[in-house]
Write a protein that binds this ligand. Structure first.
Ligand SMILES: Nc1ncnc2c1ncn2[C@@H]1O[C@H](COP(=O)(O)OP(=O)(O)OP(=O)(O)O)[C@@H](O)[C@H]1O
Ligand SMILES: [Mg+2]
Length: 468
């Protein structure tokens, strides 16, 4: 340890330390003996998509939610002296980005006493993505309209629109946030179109460096640059089929012009070639931001936008069609029951209510992963409960302000058939829910619960029997 006699030196040293910590390519999170955050570096902010001021000097428990048996590893280190090594975690941050980290957590001990705890998180998101995308088993999922789950009017309308697009070969632009099902829709359109027995090729434009993408899409001619061979690009490989260009707005403006030419003239020129090649490829492009915004900010050419958006499909985010949540949850439970040879039957009502409050920045993919993650933690249980939820659900900033419980209930139970129940049924539903809550609050002590409810013991007991 360095000793400081002069406070100025200490100040200077602390500043350097701060700079150094912010330069580290791992997330660093340190809490003091009171469970308050004292260090939260730049990389940790990026990983968790939190602002330092939301976390620093605050108690961990005030910022994140922890369910009973899912204590934070940091707090476990602080209170129990527990060290956690190489724990892999996948979760969604505030921006809906899927993040995978490897965490190491340990107590900070001075003179035999625990005075704090430190967590170091290595971000392996890119590595994970690369492994997943290059794994042929994962990339060969085959989707059709039958794979699209949803009963809300919002999604039904989009499905209708997409079905109409199967009759032509016009370009399609699909706009939607991450995880809303853009790939699902693109594949469904292709598989229901006349081109279904021809290739479907999908390429993420953001994943490949600018210098390589042109050759990859349009092909290369021998001698175009050192090492270049005669190689067809993805457009030629997709001939007579469909090409899905993901995140089209991340293509350079120069390449967008070349793409426009392929659409207009149905021909392309390989890099280094002097003659054109004819192609007949249907283009489906996707974007995860508002196209008008991208045009305004110079990231999308207006002419390309008009050419691409002959058919334009906007998939609404999950938070705008929460009525689909129960159906999606059931679909995913069934899917993972089959995959994991399990027999999970249902999900806690409380969790569904939490799901309704949550904004789902990672949309359907996030919901699917939550169910998959929960089922990975289950052994013989039939019901998913709080202890099976992942830790990112603890982030309180993602939950909305308290909505009156009464309102949550009606939103939950009758979202896609709003307010059709007779008043008596609705009131009974609420009565049951409220009694359950009060009983739980009093650890099922009937006398105490009855007192709080202003009922006689007998009358409460009668109701408990009635609602089982
Ligand atoms: N309506 C839906 N019904 C059932 N599953 C869905 C639905 N929408 C999305 N999914 C599932 O959610 C996951 C994400 O879907 P998809 O890959 O199509 O999203 P995306 O919009 O392309 O996301 P990204 O922008 O991140 O590429 C997939 O596993 C898909 O099966
Ligand atoms: Mg996609």
């Amino acid at each position: 340890m360095v000793e400081f006699k002069d406070p100025q030196h200490l100040l200077k040293f602390t500043k350097f330390y701060q700079h150094a910590i912010n330069e580290i390519d791992s997330g660093v999170h340190v809490i003091d003996e009171y469970g308050k955050t004292v260090i939260y570096n730049q990389k940790m902010m990026e990983i968790e998509a939190m602002h330092v001021e939301d976390v620093i000097h605050k108690k961990l428990r005030d910022v994140f939610i922890f369910f009973e048996d899912q204590e934070s590893t940091l707090l476990q280190a602080l209170y129990e002296g527990k060290t956690t090594k190489n724990k892999k975690q996948t979760y969604y941050n505030n921006k809906g980005q899927e993040i995978t980290t490897i965490n190491n957590t340990q107590p900070i001990i001075e003179n035999g006493k625990i005075v704090g705890a430190i967590e170091i998180a290595k971000d392996i998101t890119k590595l994970e993505k690369l492994i997943r995308e290059t794994n042929p088993i994962n990339s060969s999922t085959y989707y059709t309209f039958g794979s699209i789950v949803g009963e809300s009017n919002a999604i039904k309308e989009v499905i209708e629109q997409a079905k109409r697009a199967t009759r032509t070969s016009s370009s399609v632009l699909i706009v939607g946030e991450t995880g809303t099902g853009k790939e699902l829709f693109a594949q469904s359109i292709h598989h229901s179109s006349e081109r279904s027995n021809k290739p479907f090729i999908s390429q993420n434009c953001a994943a490949i460096p600018e210098s390589l993408i042109e050759g990859l899409l349009f092909g290369t001619k021998k001698g175009a640059f050192t090492g270049a061979t005669d190689r067809p690009g993805l457009f030629e490989q997709a001939n007579y089929g469909t090409i899905l260009l993901d995140e089209i707005n991340s293509l350079s403006i120069n390449l967008q012009a070349k793409l426009l030419r392929v659409i207009q003239e149905k021909s392309l020129r390989r890099v280094g070639d002097t003659k054109d090649t004819q192609v007949d490829v249907r283009i489906i492009a996707t974007m995860n931001e508002d196209p008008y915004q991208a045009i305004k900010e110079g990231r999308l050419r207006t002419d390309l936008y008009y050419r691409l958006s002959v058919v334009s499909i906007h998939i609404p985010p999950l938070r705008q069609r929460k009525g689909d949540i129960p159906l999606l949850v059931n679909t995913f439970i069934k899917k993972f029951n089959r995959r994991f040879q399990m027999d999970v039957r249902k999900i806690d009502e409380e969790i569904l209510r939490l799901f309704y409050q949550y904004d789902w920045p990672g949309n359907i993919r996030e919901l699917e992963h939550v169910i998959e993650g929960a089922m990975n933690l289950m052994i013989d249980e039939e019901r998913i409960d709080f202890s099976h939820l992942p830790s990112h659900f603890r982030n309180k900033t993602q939950l909305k302000e308290d909505i009156p419980e009464m309102f949550q209930l009606s939103e939950r139970k009758s979202d896609y058939r709003p307010f059709t129940k007779p008043l008596k049924d609705q009131l009974e539903e609420f009565e049951e829910y409220y009694i359950q809550k009060v009983l739980k609050q009093h650890n099922n002590n009937v006398t105490q619960a009855a007192k709080q409810l202003g009922l006689s013991r007998q009358s409460l007991q009668y109701r408990i029997k009635k609602f089982q």
